[in-house]
Design a protein around this ligand. Structure first.
Ligand code: FES
Length: 160
């Protein structure tokens, strides 16, 4: 972690214990995840026990304790989505990417996550890619969606 960037994050806050979540949000946004090093530094700066920092960082889905891929695919496995075929969506992504929920592909392109409800039950099965909701998903649509991301990445790499 860049110490200067981290100092800036803390300077922008008042280093008060009640700002723990805001500081963790800043760290997540800046680095894409919250490392052990970051948790230790936040603990020290805010005067919050490191176990509490870990508890909060581990509790909220918005925080990641490991680096995420450039694209995050979230498959809802809640009851409403489950009965509409969510397990087939999860199998499709697993098959295409060769990873399990919570894992990131070796090229750091994709992270796969699963959640228990996205609050859009009537639209299931729902998959979220990089924050965008895709309702009524099918394995075929999902395959094309992943392929379109791969294609877009190839085009960006070719232009660079
Ligand atoms: S169960 Fe999937 S959105 Fe609610």
């Amino acid at each position: 972690m860049s110490e200067n960037v981290f100092e800036t994050i803390l300077e922008n806050r008042c280093s008060q214990p009640q700002q723990l979540i805001e500081v963790l949000q800043d760290v997540q946004e800046t680095f894409g995840y919250i490392s052990e090093e970051a948790m230790t530094a936040v603990s020290k700066e805010l005067g919050v026990p490191v176990i509490e920092v870990y508890r909060v960082a581990n509790y909220y889905k918005a925080f990641s304790l490991a680096p995420r891929g450039r694209h995050v695919i979230t498959v809802c496995m809640g009851t409403a989505c489950h009965v509409r075929g969510a397990p087939r969506m999860l199998d499709e992504v697993r098959g295409q990417l060769g990873i399990e929920p919570g894992q990131t592909t070796s090229d750091k392109m994709f992270t796969l996550e699963r959640v228990n409800c996205l609050g859009a039950c009537a639209l299931g099965p729902v998959v979220v890619l990089d924050g965008k909701y895709y309702p009524g998903m099918t394995p075929n649509k999902l395959r094309k969606l992943v392929q379109s991301v791969r294609q877009a990445e190839k085009e960006v790499a070719a232009d660079a």
